[in-house]
Design a protein around this ligand. Sequence first.
Ligand code: GRF
Length: 208
Amino acid sequence: MAAKRLVVLVSGSGTNLQALLDAVAASGAEAYGAEIVAVGADRSGIAGLERAERAGLPTFVCRVKDHPTREAWDRALADATAAYEPDLVVSAGFMKIVGKEFLARFGGRFINTHPALLPSFPGAHGVRDALAYGAKVTGCTVHFVDDGVDTGPIIAQGVVEVRDEDYADEGAALHERIKEVERTLLVYVVGRLARDGFSIEGRKVVIP
Ligand code: GRF
């Protein structure tokens, strides 16, 4: 079967993107089940885009401030993504909430990775919030994106223990441990979805 086409969206260091790039390079696109066809971002000058360029991939940047309204930005992001005809879109540390147009076009095949065990600690500060709450375990969640903030159907989760010393650096080391689990989980999930297909039955994601 032909490899599925992935567009990956990033906002930062792009280590999750790198894990996907490495997985495709290690197995070959056909065996992995997917290839990355483009990388998009909401800002320029980030390591995530440099990783894409090093891998020889086309990139695009779609900044909110370059558009008159949030809706216009959302449409431009959807158009830029659609230009690469993706089967799946992956938000790998993409720190923006997409709008109606993007979801109308990519809903049900738009995946996000979040650094907490949803539905606990959604939003932009999942690691910090779990620590502030005093959680003893946290982790990461790979899920489909719906129109809420980190509320879509869960595909897979990974657990990470909180250590006493995590309070000393406001969760920086904890986030690094979560990201290690997150990268492995994301590579696994994207490969499975691409190779084996999936259905979303209410809140339940079924991968045969
Ligand atoms: C990940 O922990 C992701 O869940 C969060 O931001 C981090 C992105 O890391 N939203 P990277 O850019 O993939 O290194």
